[in-house]
Unconditional design. Sequence first.
Length: 176
Amino acid sequence: MSPKPRAPSRPLQPALVRASLLCASLLALAAFGSMACEDNGIGRRCDLQADAGQQQAVYNSQALACPSRICLKPLVPEGSPNVDTGPYCSALCSQDSDCAGRTRDQQDTNDKGCVSGYTCGEAFVVGPLCCEKLCLCKDFLTCNKKENPNCIAALQTPLTCVKDPTTHKNGCQETP
């Protein structure tokens, strides 16, 4: 006679419930964790929808390629070496650590991405983005590499963006 199949014993059922709850908890934690590490798109190529020369900063605030919708090309400061970095997605920031992003693939000769990485600073002193801190490609900051090959470009706050200690306002025009 063949043995009769037995139902699982009682101690096995609570173990299955605990294992199921543990798996569900881990899945929920992974889902929340992936939302916190959302790609902000900094450094992605984007379209400015405008033609601008080296000495003109320009942005597109409706760039669909950018999660923040901000595509920009800062001006190349006079006397800086010729920068071949193209327009890139940026985002609002409060500190440099907010600005981790995609840099140039040195193996791809067609890649015009940022070479030097990103920093947080003010790119515009007029318009809707006046004195807003954005993630800026360091390729556009002045630094004399010929005189000092190890120099690191420093970003200075424009005078327009310095807040008056009595009014706590900067020099940007307020929109009516």
